[in-house]
Write a protein that binds this ligand. Structure first.
Ligand SMILES: [Zn+2]
Ligand SMILES: [Zn+2]
Length: 193
């Protein structure tokens, strides 16, 4: 069976039917309304297919009138839907091959579908913003650590005198002597490790 019903769905139906209805018609209407709720509850997937190859004509362009499209109906579980899609996919007796899709059902108006998408985009945008902020934070930390390393006479400081690049004078080639008092370093040379 494509749609599986459980106790909750049976309870919904009983609650709708087992009432003091004004008429049999009213009872039927209540049952139909309840059936709609039950359907939305349990009909979660639909299988769609399009004939892409037939024994007769070989590969079919999607625009070919013989490239028929079909919706196979409702399934409660993705596994059941996948099984149905797989059996639709190829038939050895006809040679027909279908492209198949397992589609989740969306019970709502087009506007509601767009609202759902919009919410998704907004979430993605806010995540991207958060990520960018984290990147800024990380590079601030990195630069601070590099500055600390330089200040300790490590990587980025002068290899000869351990002073910093801005302590050295700028000569014509940008590598002047150190300007710190009593430091006789003749030339800026960056420590690379
Ligand atoms: Zn120096
Ligand atoms: Zn130096």
């Amino acid at each position: 069976m494509a749609i599986r019903y459980g106790k909750a769905q049976i309870k919904t139906m009983i609650e709708a039917i087992d009432q003091d209805h004004a008429s049999v018609e009213d009872a039927a209407l209540a049952a139909l309304e309840a059936a709609e709720i039950v359907l939305e509850d349990r009909a979660k997937f639909i299988v769609a297919g399009q004939l892409v190859r037939s024994q007769e004509k070989g590969p079919l362009a999607p625009s070919d009138p013989d490239s028929i499209k079909v919706a196979l109906g409702y399934y409660s579980t993705e596994g059941d839907a996948l099984r149905a899609a797989t059996s639709l996919w190829h038939n050895s007796s006809t040679g027909d091959t279908f492209a198949t899709w397992v589609l989740p059902m969306f019970y709502g108006t087009p506007a509601e579908m767009h609202a759902k998408q919009k919410a998704k985009y907004a979430e993605a945008a806010s995540k991207a913003k958060e990520k960018a902020k984290e990147k800024v934070k990380a590079s601030i930390i990195k630069r601070r650590e590099e500055a600390e390393e330089r200040a300790k006479g490590g990587k980025g400081s002068c290899e000869t005198c351990k002073h910093l690049s801005f302590d050295h004078n700028t000569s014509s080639n940008g590598n002047g002597q150190c300007a710190i008092k009593d430091c006789n370093c003749p030339e800026w040379k960056e420590r690379l490790k």
